[in-house]
Design a protein around this ligand. Sequence first.
Ligand code: PMP
Length: 296
Amino acid sequence: MYYNDKTIVFLDGKWISAKDAQTGVYNQTMHYGNGVFEGIRAYQNTGGLNIFKAKEHFERLTHSAKKMHIQLPYSVEELTHIAYTLLDKNDLADAYIRPLVYNGANMSLMPTDKSHLFMAAWKWEKYLGDNPLNVMISSYQRPNPKSCHVEAKVVGHYTNSILATTEAKQLGYDEALLLDMHGNVAEGPGANFFYEKDGILYTPPAGNILPGITRATIFELAKELEITVVEEHFTADDVYKADTAFFVGTASEVAPIASLNGEQFKGDWEGSAGHNIYLMYRQKVRYNQYQGLTIV
Ligand code: PMP
């Protein structure tokens, strides 16, 4: 699904066949989860191929690496160039791009001076699909921001996401919604959360979440559409009273939520502010707005 015999990937400065890409079993990322990554989408649109907010994604990758003491000897421009070349070499247009920075052999709990950059791309449908989701409040909390850098996209953080997603699926739900350590709503396993009440959108503030690039895009679109977005802490009880709710993220784009713990949202998604924003989002990514950096 992610690669075939023809797929080319980038690994440490070389373009190689995906089937020949190898990594060491003593690397620190494999044992302790200290690696950083990104999830980026490219869209074929009227003006050509565009990596959506490439700069923001590679800036976040750089920030994540710095926070985790991981060497990343590439500039944002170089990373962007690699991403465009990757799409070109694989003849991909609408695609998902996955850069991963992982550490070399090191069984200690100290930073390593050797890191590796891997970048691959593949075709990926909307991660959560198109149908409104039945969501459950997870029994797992998001990691405490005093125990890690929650705003960084760190490999090890995703064990929490895997536990929450697996629990939700095992219980017959489509997706999980996780609370923070204070019992307030935080986010999904791989997406930010919004709810709508009386035409106003609410979303948790930065602090206990990964403040997503799609979330920031929603703020921009809401402003253009004159829809108010309130960033504040709220509980699951507030969400039950919402008209509609949705997840946003690079892989999921905008994904409407049908119910929370079996309670259906009463509002009409198609007539909601969230849906208007979604339509505008689709339009903008398709029609050449939000340029990534041009090919360098
Ligand atoms: N929260 C988490 C935990 C995520 O993994 C993601 C996906 N990167 C998001 C939110 C959404 O972030 P973005 O819009 O930047 O993809």
